[in-house]
Design a protein around this ligand. Structure first.
Ligand SMILES: CC(C)(COP(=O)(O)OP(=O)(O)OC[C@H]1O[C@@H](n2cnc3c(N)ncnc32)[C@H](O)[C@@H]1OP(=O)(O)O)[C@@H](O)C(=O)NCCC(=O)NCCS
Length: 162
């Protein structure tokens, strides 16, 4: 299988960053401290739908959820869910090391600012925890996501095998 190259991107954090602006009718919450499996499944379904056309890959729920929960860097308070009409339509899952692991917005909810609002929510959460910067990795060919990240002030700090 061909190996993907990934870009590691970073942004310095500060207290005066842009605040997230959610589209009308949309709300954001995190996973509960003792996450409900239905919530986790809803987050996973967005991840699957989000990565359907590329950009990364989503393992099946049966593999994803147990591995996520047992990871020492997992914190349900760092899984941000965008909700519209009671449904999860976007998610950002972050590690405690100030790293945004996965960002996905359902294809039908894109280009309305949900991705940007999820990213800014994560930036503020990490700033509040005292992190100096936030990182993520993005595939080199994922131009859409990179445009969003650059627009949010992120810059490439490394290029490495994925
Ligand atoms: C990357 C991704 C998360 C972006 O989500 P999104 O909700 O569409 O992001 P936003 O709406 O904040 O921004 C996307 C674009 O819509 C534009 N936009 C935002 N609000 C808009 C509005 N109200 N009207 C028109 N355009 C709008 C933004 O300016 C941005 O434009 P650009 O493509 O020129 O940069 C989404 O495309 C996705 O899930 N992709 C697949 C998974 C993936 O690649 N994840 C990242 C892996 S690292």
């Amino acid at each position: 299988m061909a190996q993907h190259l990934v870009l590691r991107m970073r942004r310095e954090l500060s207290a005066d960053m842009e605040q997230p602006l959610w589209p009308a009718g949309m709300t954001c919450r995190t996973l509960a401290p003792k996450p409900d499996k239905r919530d986790a499944m809803a987050a996973h379904s967005v991840l699957e739908a989000g990565f359907w056309e590329g950009g990364g890959g989503a393992p099946i729920f049966r593999k994803w959820w147990p591995e996520l929960r047992k990871d020492s860097e997992f914190d349900p308070a760092l899984v941000f869910l965008a909700i519209e009409h009671g449904e999860v339509i976007g998610m950002a899952q972050c590690w405690t090391s100030a790293f945004i692991k996965d960002l996905a917005v359902h294809p039908r909810a894109r280009r309305r600012g949900v991705g940007r609002a999820l990213m800014l929510t994560a930036f503020h959460a990490f700033a509040k925890r005292g992190a100096a910067h936030v990182d993520l990795k993005v595939r080199e060919e994922n131009a859409n996501a990179q445009r969003l990240y650059r627009d949010l002030g992120m810059t490439v700090i490394a290029r490495e095998p994925g």
